[in-house]
Design a protein around this ligand. Sequence first.
Ligand code: SF4
Length: 412
Amino acid sequence: MVNCGTTKYDFLSSSIRVSAERKTQRKSKHKFPISKKTDEFRNRFFPYASIWDWNDWKWQLRNRIKDLQALSRIIQLSNDEKTAVEKHTGPLPVGITPYYASLLSETDCTQPLRRTHIPVNGEYINTPGESDDPLGEDNDTPVPGLVHRYPDRVLFLTTGFCSTYCRYCTRSRMVGEPGGEYSFSTSQWERAIQYIEVHPEIRDCLLSGGDPLTIGDEKLQWLLQRLRKIPHLEFIRIGTKVPVVLPQRITLKFTKILKKYQPWLSIHFTCPDELTSEVEEACARLADAGIPLGSQTVLLKGINDDINIIKPLMHGLLKIRVKPYYLYQCDPISGSSHFRTSVEKGIEIIEGLRGHTTGYAVPQFVIDLPGGGGKIPLLPNYVVGREGDDLLLKNFEGGIYRYPDPGGKIGC
Ligand code: SF4
């Protein structure tokens, strides 16, 4: 049973508590908050790590949980998890930062965050319609690491490395590497930059991967600076899960770099359990630096495909100044059937949000069409018919209203 009930996410009181905690911790010498639960975890499983170590994002990367032995030390694995981890080879390895591991349930294998980061044998079952590259990105790659599908936008794959690997990753074919981690090359970046330079129609570049925020300050600054020198490139976005799985990465020095180059950030959230005081601090630093923040959430079966989970998540995001942006139908990646929920469920969730809460809290529900068709927004059907020149529309409470629309064709 999924453990995300409405009452658990009483954000009014938790927000006040978290904000008070954040203020106290900001005054402390450690500069970055550490929540009680996470600190208990640190003391229990990493007693040799000081708070300075713990809050050092490079320490977090060096001490990631990557194999069966390390996982078994902190979690009582089910047989399904144990055998799935044992047999795993190839890309999308196990990798979890100690910070994020502190949020996983030690005993409950059905806990949403645990299900999304520890493999189960469902990963090895391929069902019809699934593919390693469901979005057909490899067919739209003019130079290595750059996807150019839409005329005015490119997807720049900066790295194959993530601090924490999600089991439903769309790029599971290429994140991590068999027997080790993927290594990117700056010569590959150069070719991608040169491609953008000679294509004046490109006005928007999304830096993704892997997770671009796992790249060191100097390298990322170099890349942002090179991109900002391209006159026709108006808009730079970064897709990342780092503020959620490695919030310590958002150092004050790093926010100064971002402030200088002003990219927008699309942050990957899954569940309200991720909205900790650490994540609140990371998002506050980014927002204070003037970085526009949006969220991306993949709808996952038995994990967050419930209005009582999505609504508190969207409300929690607004509180930390992140605009809910996309709610994705899970891509049909090989071995993802245990994660995929019905399209109706997504529409039902949007219907449960629109009109029932602040408009800013309603993301767009989209399917990224298999084979490279691009994103399609899906909406509940609010048009119920037409009577003469009147369009008949259904509101959020099911009431029918007329709108004068002489000569219109919609609703016929
Ligand atoms: S953080 Fe993003 S790129 Fe990395 S594994 Fe998760 S979904 Fe994939």
